[in-house]
Design a protein around this ligand. Structure first.
Ligand code: HEM
Length: 412
């Protein structure tokens, strides 16, 4: 297989490997693909052949085309057609995969409608005091602890995890295990046994949690979802567990990276950091810019074709897996001026929350968490700096999630 990077040119029949070099610097490859091969053949770390869409207009269009499906059964069939080694076949356990992000209409419409009211801007605005309280408690703990910490461990993870667990009604106990399972599940390398085990542990835990909410309903979102499930026409048991899974995973895996990637972007640009400190009114716009520049679901999101589909002049056959790159779209120079620059005053919108019917349900919550997180960090830690050389930072090997493995900082 041609690795395509040796001579700096791309040819029409080559296959682009999404390997360690790609994870270390996806933007370099995307920049070339946008110009030379905007709908490219690629192969994921577990050997799955995919089509990779990188231009803004094509990405936006692909996300609204109903022939590019999210249905998990269709995806499993598409996988069967591909020459994938066994480790590439480990997909999420089906009992965790009956959620809105793995379905097309009409199931998608029914599942999303069940919870959409809880995530409107208005409903989420009411949560601001809770989010501020959680962020404040974490900052207190950090201020009283060691001067050097992993910011992901001490702040970026526990903030969104605390918020989504409070919202859903998940007890404190298993939150650390949950993070480990979730990290393992979303990794794109070949550790198939670990991923299967993590999926099983997660399914067992969530099944018990759903049973607990059924036995002892409380004033929380999971109890409300379980109550809706009692009416079997609205939600099956698998759909209930899957909904809990999606909300918990989407609710924390993403925002941890919004905070981590955003803090890194600022620490690499002390001039921008100083600008933001001087004018905290810029924070909401800065959060949008962090999402564009290195958004959490940054690398790509999966679809599969239900029939031949033309994207950007290339016809993708039926039953193929398609990776739609939000990261690449968000840095397309045909759409943004100086796309690789952190510009706190940029007004253009981005695709970090996706587009179309699956547009992120949690976007209002993520924006609120991001805003509170950056306001809190700026106010409480005026001397925040990176504790390592930026070259020592490593990125998670996940196609779905763009995030650092650790973010060592000095707080004072
Ligand atoms: C869907 C990004 C935070 C819940 C999505 C999608 C993206 C995304 C790109 C669409 C994926 C696709 O079309 O394949 C993000 C980012 C976040 C974030 C960048 C943080 C910065 C959250 C939070 C929640 C959440 C806090 C809260 C529970 C969801 C749900 C869906 C979704 C339920 C599925 C929507 C559907 O299928 O209709 N998110 N998300 N997300 N997100 Fe988020």
């Amino acid at each position: 297989m041609d690795d395509g990077r040796t001579d700096g040119t791309l040819t029409a029949d080559r296959v682009v490997p999404l390997d360690a070099a790609f994870f270390a610097d996806p933007h370099a490859l995307y920049a070339r693909l946008r110009v030379e091969e905007p709908v490219a053949r690629a192969v994921t770390p577990v050997g799955l052949p995919v089509w990779l869409v990188t231009r803004y207009d094509d990405v936006r269009h692909a996300l609204t085309d109903p022939r590019l499906s999210k249905d998990s059964d269709g995806f499993a069939r598409a996988l069967e057609r591909q020459p994938v080694p066994p480790e590439g076949r480990a997909v999420f356990a089906q009992e965790l995969n009956r959620h809105m992000l793995s379905t097309d209409p009409p199931d998608h419409t029914r599942l999303r409608k069940l919870v959409s009211r809880a995530f409107t801007v208005r409903a989420i605005t009411a949560m601001r005091p809770q989010v501020e309280a959680i962020a404040g408690r974490l900052a207190d703990r950090m201020a009283a602890g060691p001067a050097e910490v992993d910011l992901l461990d001490t702040f970026a993870f526990p903030l969104p995890m605390g918020v989504i667990c409070e919202l859903l009604g998940v007890p404190e106990g298993e939150r650390t295990s949950f993070r480990r399972w979730s990290n393992t599940l979303l990794a794109s390398d070949g550790a198939v046994d670990a991923r299967t085990a993590a999926g099983m542990a997660m399914a067992e835990y969530l099944t018990a949690l759903v049973a607990e909410k059924r036995a002892r309903p409380a004033d929380d979102m999971l109890s409300a979802i379980v109550a809706a499930a009692e009416d079997a026409d609205r939600l099956s048991f698998e759909e209930t567990v899957s909904m809990a899974f999606l909300l918990l995973v989407a609710g924390h895996e993403t925002t941890v990276n919004l905070i981590g990637n955003g803090v890194l972007a600022l620490l690499r640009r002390p001039d921008r950091l100083a600008e933001l400190r001087a004018d905290p009114a810029l924070v909401p716009g800065a959060v949008e810019e962090f999402l564009r520049l290195d958004g959490p679901v940054n690398l790509a999101t999966f679809r599969h074709t239900t029939e031949p589909v033309e994207v950007g002049g290339t016809t993708i056959p039926a039953g193929e897996v398609v990776l739609v790159s939000l990261a690449s779209a968000n840095r397309d120079p045909d759409h943004y001026t100086a796309p690789d620059e952190l510009d706190l005053h940029r007004e253009a919108s981005h695709l970090a929350f996706g587009h179309g019917i699956h547009h992120c349900l949690g976007a209002p919550l993520a924006r609120l968490e991001g805003e509170v997180a950056f306001r809190t960090l700026l106010a409480r830690f005026p001397d925040l700096t990176l504790a390592v050389d930026p070259g020592e930072l490593t990125w998670r090997q996940s196609i779905l999630m763009r995030g650092l493995t650790r973010l060592p900082v000095r707080l004072r």
